[in-house]
Design a protein around this ligand. Structure first.
Ligand SMILES: [Zn+2]
Ligand SMILES: [Zn+2]
Length: 106
């Protein structure tokens, strides 16, 4: 299964600066897998992307839920950067949208 170092703008606000992401609890680097789970490469915790909370320099102390539209835009840019095949990207996007609909957050 493909995995890529998470390098996206904050998916929880309108800050457009791209950055690498770290796991707050242990400082490990975060990777995104083809199944849309994020894994920390230090403690190996592994959760679906919508189950994470994000904090960026615009809300340093506030950990926010993902904004689904923003996340999908950021994922599109990520897919382009890593040359993720279009089919793989579409499957990832559908999975995020399906799960977001189930949760009533889209
Ligand atoms: Zn943010
Ligand atoms: Zn960790």
């Amino acid at each position: 299964m493909g995995k890529w170092r998470l390098f996206i703008s904050c998916p929880a606000c309108y800050n457009s600066t791209k950055s690498y992401w770290y796991h707050k609890d242990c400082g490990g680097d975060l990777y995104i897998f083809e199944d849309c789970y994020l894994q920390c490469d230090k403690c190996y915790c592994y959760y679906f992307i919508l189950d994470w909370l994000f904090s960026c320099e615009d809300h340093r102390t506030e950990y926010r839920q993902v904004n689904v539209q923003k996340l999908i835009r950021a994922m599109c840019i990520l897919a382009d950067m890593y040359e993720i095949p279009f089919f793989t990207y579409k499957v990832m996007q559908n999975k995020i949208e399906d799960e977001a609909k189930k949760r009533g957050i889209i």
